[in-house]
Write a protein that binds this ligand. Structure first.
Ligand code: SIN
Length: 548
């Protein structure tokens, strides 16, 4: 909803405000409290409602106990999946930080699947050294992914972090939406404006705001993301003067349960984890033909962008609205994949005896707010970690199960950065009226993004989508969560369409039907996006000069 917000704001103070409560946000908040920082977590729903809890596959990490695997191999797989746009230093830092971060997560109580130790201690609990189980996902050259509860890894991580947060008596403002970073006259963060569930404005005075708000899957009608994934953190950062990048690389998960046509705005769709293919399931078209062989040397376990694009092509070729994932050969499916099994059964499908109908759906934002692996965004006092950030780990296509890894590693590193950056004069935020923002109808945004900015984009469709979003846009002051979210989705739609129109090649998750080749000569560069003087997102550097 939008309108005029004219109420007197309530005020509070903190050393660090963390926006979002997924793996990166809670890891950072817990470390910040342990370091003695007065820390407040701001979250739109409950503290356990972010994207993390829906992650199934696991955490990609090299612990040194799998023959033939190595940190170098994990780095190489991440770079190969990323299509030439990763930042190699970021990849090294995150991959090499993984084992320690996982150990500390287990120390906080997260229990991973594994063999039971001789003394009866479950392998995955605490700091037990007994061996953890591994699975494989697309693009990985080794069995490298540790998991919990079979296919409930995110839920277990979230459970452990929320329990630790309760023990640490972390201050959580649930049901609050962050609106804008407030900055002092030198441009440094001095506070955060928020709205509570009743639309009452508030100000948190703070020198440090960490955005850990997740991605923007809600730009699309069909997504694996929860309803919170509306791009608010990226929109907030752009309005504060930060740069975003790689926004055109929206990763579609190849296999989401297809239980009938998606009604517009249907919300989160049930994932069928890639680990199901890691354990031997095969994709088949409507005739029963296994179609990934010959598409990529890793066949069904090719990187996710390759599999999602191949499924989309095969659906177009056969006129079907789904393909099928044949998992009938997997022993103990219901125990190994209890979440997927339950989703299938709820949809009337028995994966033990029949193939699972699947389609791709929007899953992960490979791009985001430009930040280093310590979370620094370039706006003093504004940090970003997890899916909201573009650290250079993912490039043009994220390697499966590298996201929980990134959240764990950068969530820890950002607190060290906040501590190192402290000091100087106390900052005070000028109280300004909330600004009016462009807001388009969410249903229009989702319809045109789904139709024209999914897997398979072209210049005509992207331009038409921009015009449609423009025509559906009015200017208004957001006065509640829906208003803030719709303004963020509008800004993200404009930004994704601008970047996707500028990148005239096919690379990673960005598939252009009118430019089907990858163009390393002219286009092997990320596209920075900033707001212009009118508040419109624009691709600022013509890094793709000379492109076809
Ligand atoms: C999956 O389990 O297939 C999703 C894991 C991920 O997105 O990294």
């Amino acid at each position: 909803m939008t309108g005029t917000a004219a109420r007197t704001p309530w005020e509070a103070a903190a050393d660090l405000v963390v926006v979002g409560s997924g793996v990166a946000g809670l890891t950072a908040a817990l470390d910040a409290v342990a370091a003695g920082l007065r820390t407040v977590v701001v979250t739109k729903d409950g503290v356990d409602e972010g994207s993390t809890r829906w992650a199934q596959g696991g955490v990609a990490v090299v612990l040194g106990d799998v023959a033939g695997d190595s940190l170098d191999a994990h780095v190489a797989d991440t770079l190969a999946a990323g299509g030439g746009l990763n930042d190699p230093a970021a990849v090294e830092a995150v991959v090499r930080g993984g084992p320690g971060a996982l150990r500390r997560l287990r120390g906080r109580g997260a229990v991973f699947d594994g063999t039971t130790a001789v003394d009866g201690t479950p392998a995955g609990g605490g700091t037990s050294a007994a061996r953890l189980d591994r699975t494989r996902e697309g693009g990985h050259s080794a069995l490298r992914v540790v998991h919990a509860g079979g296919d409930a890894t995110g839920a277990e991580i979230e459970r452990a972090l929320v329990a630790a947060a309760r023990s640490a008596q972390l201050t959580v403002l649930d049901g609050h939406v962050a609106v804008d970073a407030l900055r002092d006259t030198a441009g440094r963060v001095a506070g955060l404006s928020v709205l509570d569930g009743a639309g009452r404005p508030g100000i948190l005075h703070t020198p440090a705001v960490l955005l850990a708000t997740g991605g923007y899957g809600l730009l699309y009608a069909s997504t694996t993301n929860p309803a919170t994934a509306t791009g608010d953190g990226i929109a907030l950062a752009l309005r504060a003067g930060a740069t975003a990048s790689d926004l055109e690389f929206v990763q579609f998960h190849p296999t989401v349960l297809h239980a009938g046509p998606d009604p517009a705005g249907a919300g989160r769709r049930p994932l069928v984890t890639e680990a199901v293919r890691g354990e031997g399931a095969v994709l088949r078209d409507r005739t029963g033909a296994a179609f990934m062989t010959g598409v990529h040397p890793l066949a069904d376990l090719a990187p996710r962008d390759v599999v999602a694009a191949a499924i989309t092509r095969r659906m177009a070729e056969t006129g079907a609205d789904r393909v099928h994932l044949d998992a009938t050969g997997i022993d103990g499916f219901a125990t190994r994949f209890p979440t997927v099994y339950a989703s299938c059964r709820a949809a009337g499908i028995d994966p033990l005896t029949e193939p699972i109908p699947v389609t791709p759906a929007a899953h992960y934002a490979c791009g985001g707010v430009v930040a280093d692996v310590d979370g620094r965004t370039g706006v003093p006092g504004l940090y970003a970690a997890g899916e909201v950030a573009r650290t250079g780990l993912h490039g043009a296509n994220r390697l499966a199960s590298n996201s929980l890894l990134e959240g764990l590693v950068t969530g820890e590193r950002v607190v060290r950065a906040v501590l190192a950056d402290r000091g100087g004069a106390a900052r005070s935020a000028p109280l300004r009226p909330a600004p009016a923002l462009p807001v388009a109808d969410r249903a229009v945004v989702q319809r045109v993004m789904t139709r024209y900015a999914g897997i398979g984009r072209d210049a005509t469709g992207l331009a038409g989508a921009s015009d449609a979003v423009e025509a559906a846009t009015v200017t208004a002051v957001p006065v509640d969560r829906a208003g803030v979210e719709d303004a963020a989705l509008t800004l993200l739609a404009q930004a994704v369409l601008a970047a996707a129109g500028t990148r005239r090649e096919t690379r990673g998750c960005h598939v252009r039907t009118d430019f089907p080749q990858r163009d390393d000569t002219h286009q092997q560069a990320s596209l920075p996006v900033r707001l212009d003087a009118d508040g419109r997102p624009v691709v600022v550097a013509d890094t793709l000069v000379g492109a076809a």
